[in-house]
Design a protein around this ligand. Sequence first.
Ligand SMILES: *Cc1c(COP(=O)(O)O)cnc(C)c1O
Length: 436
Amino acid sequence: MAGNGVLLEKQVSINRNISAKNAAVTWDDPAVALTTARHEFGEHGGVNMSIEASATFTVMEPKTMNKMFAGELGPSQDFFIYSRHFNPTVMNLSRQIAALEGTEAAYCTSSGMAAISSVLMQLCNSGGHVVASSSLYGGTHALLNHFLPRVCNITTSFVDIRDHEMVKEAIVKGRTNVLYMESMSNPTLTVANIPELCRIAHDKGVKVVVDNTFTPMVLSPARLGADVVVHSVSKYISGGGDIIAGAVCGPASLVSSMMDLHQGALMLLGPTMNAKVAFELSERIPHLGLRMKEHCNRALVFATRMKKLGLKVIYVGLEEHPDHTLLKSMANQNYGFGGIICVDMETQEKADCLMNRLQNCTQFGLMAVSLGYYETLMSCSGSSTSSEMNEEEKKIAGISGGLIRMSIGYNGTLEQRWSQFERALSGIHDGDFSKN
Ligand SMILES: *Cc1c(COP(=O)(O)O)cnc(C)c1O
């Protein structure tokens, strides 16, 4: 036991060293930042931490309980009350994710949507206002467009996030609480100019929340000025396609306000992450950088070759992409341009035919929503993840019926995968869409 009991000797000395290192370190690579996160050892000296699979925690003396509830003793001194509040294993993962994003603190949630909805409810009061990009994950769009106005009287103005005049005009001084965007937006791969948008928002006293699900390691929005970074950990950070999870990264004051016993969205709405899930995820963080590099590397090679074949491909790594230079100017070195490619087959019929061949004839990938898996995942955005949007909204966001989003995987070899793609494509170029 730590605060509530005895702290492992090794833990103390290692963490003292890490605190000293943290104070001195400046980084330009998130992989470096990750090594500064406190390394938690197991109860018996294990290289990995023990899973603190307890809902509740005991104390040595009755007075300790009073002090914990009065806020005099807390998780930063290793004193824990109850796992909907803070849990040591979830905190360990949260420290890793805070280090990854370069924020003072973070806390993990049961899903990406839990992180997004909780942070918006924490930062906005009833009657509050959000300015948000019109090109957003379908669930976030629905939350802002339908749920928050109905339940909390929080309304949203949707803007083209590339149009900075429009963003400025949409901000209502004294009423707008949050400017919300995705660092790279689903599914059209628009990149937000985070430093410039932060300047605009901060000028008007508005907080900036960035969903960095598409570009962990590649972009560090908090280091570009964002106040809060949210993640669907279910995607790249997990990488296994097996877990639903989320994270909120930001100042320690935000995380503690979200955990407040009387006013905290995480404490009171309770979208808690399970300690066993947190443990599994914390074991995957050390190889996130390696995985991202390979996702990005293959995406760039495939996008370049697809374009050569005459396909209409959207990829930020291609120089012709309108946000190519912008992403380059913001990105951390050596990770690339993200692992998502969109191929516009123009009609849903052609898109369906290609996906069918890619899955069922050549085994290039799987038809499934989501991203960040080691296998390539393919979906038609218009009829799946963005189906919450109506035709008009899809048109504004640039989502055509034949747009296939591919989350490029890294298993198998690059050349093996490419030949699978070519074989599938040559079939439909013969012009018979019905024959698979
Ligand atoms: C998947 C996703 C979400 C929602 O996350 P869940 O973990 O599924 O709740 C939010 N934002 C983006 C960009 C996503 O891709």
